[in-house]
Design a protein around this ligand. Structure first.
Ligand code: TRP
Length: 377
């Protein structure tokens, strides 16, 4: 069924309505985002330059196949379509739920290396870091004035992230980071944000912040346009143990691994005792996951791959998937090694991206001060 957005609530109602339960709000905004995403894909095909995308990651470690297939490949696609793309290294977001920043400089360099190796082109995509763009961070102050503490407290993503820290008291930064994220998106007036379902509440809050800013501080003039979500096709790649792919589980295949490390990791992969390989996501989720990974990397449909392996069993499956991954990642890994050998180049890319982001942020902050009558200086 194709849902049209006309039949669904627009951003004017969803989050403001205190009567709605969190789940209802989620469902309504999910439906509306799905409908809208379809329209946006069509518009992207005809005029990509209308769009400015902002997206980003916390620099918490090397990127793995889950990131690559889930978001990174899509960012490269948008960039290559001609969308203006802003790519944020969300360093201040790292400290929302831990006691120290960790080896953040090294992790930022790793993230940058993964981006560039995977095809992000710094001539077309602006890569920058929170901590290097003061005016972006300053926007958080007026924005915080536009939300209530109860709106922040009922954010389902914040709640889930807080629970995942296992009883650690919630920091003020974790509670308010969705507002910081609104500043990430609005400082450059991005109109499109590629997100997974879990980030939809943040985007909804960004729209609320934009709308309230325009109403309360700008007399109804549109200083901040409301961004739309571009929902990714829910590619959900599992790790080699069949659980969610995540660094802490040690079940990832990192872009930075060698071919041998990849083979070793695949050897550990969970399969089952049925030697005849079939694509059965419900009955044989681990086998299906490996077939899906190979398929997403361009090796053919999961059914065809299964037929090709036939009675080869788990061993045959792992061998094929290892080859597909290593072949696909070979040029990315080669590029990665070149980049690693040139830290000066990497630092230059980030410095240039930061400079561009600062220009944009300074202009937006100046406009905000002007709008709010704060022009005495
Ligand atoms: N929250 C995102 C993550 O954990 C990173 C991020 C920060 C982001 N600011 C953003 C994503 C703005 C989209 C828009 O990966």
């Amino acid at each position: 069924m194709r849902v049209t957005s006309a039949a669904l609530p627009t951003d004017a109602t969803a989050t403001d309505d205190a009567e709605l339960s969190t789940t209802e709000t989620m469902d309504r905004s999910l439906l509306s985002a799905i409908a809208k995403s379809g329209e946006i894909e069509a518009a992207l095909a005809t005029d990509a330059s209308r769009f400015r995308v902002l997206t980003g990651d916390r620099p918490t470690g090397r990127l793995h196949l889950g990131h690559y297939l889930g978001t990174l490949a899509n960012r490269v696609r948008l960039q290559d379509l001609g969308v203006q793309t802003m790519l944020l290294v969300a360093d201040y977001q790292v400290i929302t739920d831990r006691d120290d920043a960790g080896p953040i400089a090294e992790r930022t360099r790793e993230l940058l290396t993964d981006y560039l190796a995977a095809g992000i082109d710094p001539m077309r995509t602006t890569i920058f870091a929170h901590s290097a763009v003061p005016a972006l961070n300053q926007l958080m102050l007026p924005f915080l004035s536009l939300v209530t503490d109860s709106e922040l407290r009922r954010n389902p993503t914040v709640k889930a992230e807080n629970e995942a820290t296992g009883g650690r008291p919630m920091s003020g930064l974790l509670l308010t980071y969705p507002v910081h994220q609104a500043a990430d998106i609005l400082f450059c007036k991005a109109n499109l944000v590629p997100v997974g379902k879990d980030q939809l509440p943040h985007l909804e809050l960004t729209r609320v912040v934009a709308r309230r800013f325009n109403e309360r501080y700008a007399g109804g003039r549109t200083v901040f346009p409301s961004p739309d979500a571009l929902l990714s096709d829910a590619v959900n790649v599992l790790g080699v143990d069949g659980q969610k792919m995540s660094k802490s589980r040690g079940n990832t295949i990192e872009l930075a691994m060698t071919e041998d490390e990849t083979a070793k990791q695949l050897k550990r992969a969970v399969t089952d005792s049925d030697r005849n390989i079939t694509f059965d996501p419900v009955g044989r989720p681990e086998v299906a996951n490996l077939l899906t990974i190979a398929s997403l990397l361009g090796a053919g449909s999961p059914e065809d791959l299964a037929a090709r392996i036939g009675d080869g069993g788990g061993g045959g499956l792992k061998k094929l998937v290892t080859e597909v991954i290593n072949e696909h990642l070979r040029p990315i890994r080669a590029r990665r090694r070149e980049l690693e050998a040139d830290p000066g180049y990497l630092a230059g890319v980030l410095a240039e991206g930061n400079a561009r982001a600062n220009e944009i942020a300074d202009a937006t902050l100046a406009e905000v001060r002007e709008t709010m009558g704060m022009t005495y200086r």
